[in-house]
Design a protein around this ligand. Structure first.
Ligand SMILES: N[C@@H](CCC(=O)N[C@@H](CS)C(=O)NCC(=O)O)C(=O)O
Length: 211
């Protein structure tokens, strides 16, 4: 049994999707951002970063969405969220997960949390720099998908696509949402037609960017 500490539409989404794809029994525990519950003493004992997601596995808490996705893929090989270890596909799987976690995750964080860079609102020069970095990352993914899609690993869906989908959704109110890139648009539509996406929307109570 797993317990996922989550908040709707946030970085817990990729892990929630993975649990649904796997069909693994799990319990959801809302971390109420409106109450600043992520910074409460009880939650900080589980996740000293004060962020979601946290996943309890056999009572032990782990954090970082990309890591949680990889852990779940390893624990449930029958769900085929990860290609076989040491295969060329597995190498590409690591590459894309690391790419999203390192090239997009932190930059999105800076975009959405300007106070962590020292101001309530980004000065235009900082906002522009972040915008360019986010769009450069998406341009790279778009070119890859146009040449080698429809999924990150080509013909086969994998857990890396769940991480990509979460980050794609976060672009919806940005100057250039991912749906403005042709291959990314098709990719988003393909992934949003999965039952796990629709189920996750119902459970988390989301409406925007449903499909
Ligand atoms: N690198 C982390 C980022 C987690 C993160 O930034 N979570 C945000 C929601 S998307 C959060 O918990 N925000 C609340 C806060 O920082 O107070 C991951 O991928 O798990």
């Amino acid at each position: 049994m797993y317990t996922l500490y989550y908040s709707p539409g946030t970085a817990s989404m990729a892990v929630h999707l993975a649990l649904l794809e796997i069909g693994a029994p799990h319990r959801l525990q809302l971390v109420d951002f409106a109450q600043d519950a992520q910074h409460g003493a009880e939650y900080l004992r589980l996740n000293p970063r004060g962020q979601v997601p946290t996943l309890l596995i056999d009572g032990v808490p782990y954090f970082e969405s990309a890591a949680l996705l990889m852990i779940l893929a390893d624990r449930h090989p029958e769900a085929r969220l990860a290609p076989p270890v040491a295969s060329a596909q597995r190498a590409a799987w690591y590459q894309w997960i690391a790419f999203f976690a390192s090239s997009l995750g932190p930059v999105y964080r800076q975009w959405f949390y300007p106070q962590e860079l020292g101001s309530e609102e980004h000065p235009p020069i900082v906002r522009e720099a972040l915008r360019q970095r986010i769009e450069a990352a998406w341009s790279l993914v778009d070119a890859h998908l146009a040449a080698h899609g429809p999924y990150l690993l080509g013909p086969d869906f994998s857990g890396a696509d769940l991480l990509a989908l979460m980050y794609m959704r976060w672009s919806r109110n940005m100057p250039r949402p991912v749906t403005a890139w042709p291959a990314l648009r098709n990719y988003a539509d393909l992934l949003r037609s999965r039952p796990s996406w629709q189920r996750m929307y119902e459970i988390e109570g989301l409406t925007e960017w449903a499909a």
